[in-house]
Design a protein around this ligand. Structure first.
Ligand code: CA
Length: 258
């Protein structure tokens, strides 16, 4: 199982710098949305993406590797902030999808800390896989806000979990079984704050090429206001063992057995 991914990011129309980072590799895609001042945010998300690259380099991934990577990123950020007062208080979200082995069976491990999101495209529907770690999400869960109200709530940027804290954050992990034609969207809140799920789904359903889909979603977020940095990864999963298998039994070519 491997991903074919497209990715796009933009500073948006208001913010002075882009503190979002993304990572794509055949078995791991991720988005990190940094926060904490004009140097800190980009440093925290970049450190976290560096740890993603180390994770992706492992030969086989298991869910515990993802947990360990979040702990390592947390430690890197805390140590770096302690050594440099201009980076004090920096942190980042991290969310993504890893292809993992669970008892010899391939799964997707969707992981999340913060309010960046992973969705799975199911037919024409966009299904959220992650649950935001944010104050507005707690109000939604308690039935005190609707999802649409939460999207425009003034406190929507207050997150309740991030990487770069003591004690380290717990990472949510959801294991999914692969299905044919699986497509995932990984994004920062600069997309979901500007474009509603139905409009996002409409792009993902009609745009087959993942890079074209990622570009179109960033364009949509900018057109809707671009009030935040916006980052989008669209990842199509392809099974490595369904590559034009012939239906007839294969025979060795004459002379090929010795
Ligand atoms: Ca953001």
């Amino acid at each position: 199982m491997r991903f074919t991914a497209g990715a796009a990011t933009d500073v948006g129309r208001v913010r002075p710098g882009n503190e979002d980072r993304f990572f794509t590799a055949p078995r791991l895609v991720a988005v990190a949305d940094g926060m904490g001042g004009h140097l800190g945010g980009g440093t925290a998300s970049a450190l976290t993406v560096d740890v993603c690259a180390q994770l992706a380099a492992l030969e086989t991934l298991v869910p515990a590797d993802v947990v360990a990577a979040v702990e390592r990123a947390n430690q890197d950020i805390v140590e770096r902030a302690a050594a440099d007062s201009s980076l004090h208080g920096m942190g980042t979200t991290l969310t993504g999808v890893a292809v993992v082995d669970v008892g010899g069976v391939t799964h997707f491990a969707v992981f999340n800390v913060g309010d960046s999101r992973v969705y799975r495209v199911e037919g024409v529907t966009l299904t959220p896989v992650t649950v935001d770690h944010s104050e507005v999400q707690e109000l939604v869960a308690a039935g005190r806000l609707t999802a649409d109200e939460a999207r425009v709530h003034p406190g929507r940027n207050v997150i309740t979990r991030s990487i770069g804290t003591a004690p380290p954050p717990a990472v949510d992990i959801v294991l999914l079984s692969p299905r044919p034609g699986d497509r995932f969207l990984v994004c920062s809140d600069g997309l979901t704050g500007e474009v509603d799920d139905a409009a996002i789904a409409a792009v993902l359903v009609v745009t087959a090429d993942p890079q074209a889909a990622a570009d179109a979603l960033v364009t949509a977020a900018l057109a809707a206001g671009g009030r935040d940095n916006v980052t989008v990864v669209v990842a199509d999963a392809e099974s490595a063992d369904v590559v034009d298998e012939p239906t007839a039994p294969r025979r060795p070519a004459p002379g090929s057995w010795s």
